[in-house]
Write a protein that binds this ligand. Structure first.
Ligand SMILES: [Zn+2]
Length: 337
């Protein structure tokens, strides 16, 4: 007769899929053991991760097929059946649009017909690519969750990072682009197409007519001015070189870093003024690699504006640090699912 006490329930397995403009990554994680109350407080244990460049040629469903193949491969490499996964979370770059109620991705770095930037467009004529429908058909709707990448990162920061217990908060990623996830009165904001928080494409002021075009087509929005992918176009230097020089105290680089923080600080202020936030968590490679320089500048910029709204607002580094991207998709999944 089997002794159930000697064979505790196996941990649930989750997959997290991160879809970006340059790469697609899949990670597998143990989400915890059924009945384990500590599971909500600790991030899942990631035990496998693979990635490859985002596909940008072929049929319009090429991206969804790539995601499914990568998931299949990750599972096969670990001897896990895809059917055994309790949940599949997908954190994707946006914006999203809906076709027949299902999320499709309309991102200028993936869809060649959308690029509004001055540079080279993706080598296809896509305007949007299906995501939710093909994944749902292959995996089933019940265990699938999809969210914008910054919204998913916000969920991770609220669950395991620097935003735990904060009901009015934002996660802001300052990376190649600029993205935001928002939570007000304890509710994560989605919007009609799940695009709430695309504040990287909001305007933060004129910069003397030199503003390059953003991938979205705007000139002078915060991503086109402060996004790490834009700096070479209008400052003539990439983000790591510029910020390293600023950290060494080189005067011109320091002035340029201060300008970037003024622009990003206006974005932070706009978010606080609009939503009455208590805390903002900052992540993304540009910020995290140079936070010793950037964090005080951003805090100072925010504090310069309307004290009645900004007093006491905390601006903190992402609690999950550089791993926030890996945990983002996993945070969409219920630990008990
Ligand atoms: Zn833009």
């Amino acid at each position: 007769m089997p002794d159930n006490r000697s064979s505790p329930p196996a941990p649930r397995l989750h997959a997290g899929i991160d879809i970006g403009g340059t790469k697609v990554a899949v990670c597998l994680a143990r989400a915890g053991t059924p009945g384990d109350e500590a599971v909500e407080n600790a991030p899942p244990a990631i035990f496998h991760r693979i990635a490859e460049p985002t596909v940008k040629t072929g049929a319009a469903d090429a991206l969804a097929q790539q995601v499914l193949q990568l998931l299949q491969r990750a599972c096969a490499e670990q001897g896990v059946s895809v059917d055994a996964l309790a949940g599949v979370g997908v954190s994707s770059c946006g914006p999203f649009v809906r076709r027949a109620g299902c999320i499709e991705v309309a991102n200028p770095n993936i869809c060649g017909a959308l690029s509004g930037a001055d540079g080279v467009a993706a080598p296809n004529d896509w305007t949007q690519v299906p995501l939710q429908a093909p994944l749902r058909d292959a995996l089933g709707a019940a265990r699938l969750r999809i969210a914008n990448d910054a919204v998913a990162a916000l969920a991770a920061e609220r669950r395991w990072g620097a935003l735990q217990g904060v009901t009015d908060c934002a996660y802001v990623t300052w990376s190649t682009g600029v993205g935001v996830g928002l939570c007000v009165d304890g509710r994560v904001l989605g919007g009609k197409n799940g695009n709430a928080g695309h504040a990287g494409h909001s305007f933060v002021g004129d910069v003397a007519g030199v503003a390059p075009a953003c991938g979205c087509g705007n000139r002078g929005d915060v991503e086109s001015l402060a996004g790490g992918g834009s700096l070479r176009d209008w400052l003539g230097v990439d983000a790591p070189t510029l910020l390293a020089a600023a950290q060494r105290g080189e005067p011109q680089a320091l002035r340029q870093a201060q300008l970037l923080c003024r622009l990003m600080g206006r974005l932070l202020y706009n978010l606080v003024a609009t939503l009455d936030l208590a805390r903002i968590s900052l992540g993304g490679s540009v910020f995290l690699h140079h936070q010793a320089l950037l964090l005080p500048l951003l805090r100072r910029e925010l504090a310069q504006h309307f004290a009645a709204l900004t007093q006491g607002v905390e601006v903190v580094p992402a609690g999950l640090g550089a791993q926030v991207g890996d945990y983002a998709a996993l945070a969409l999944l219920d630990a008990a699912a």
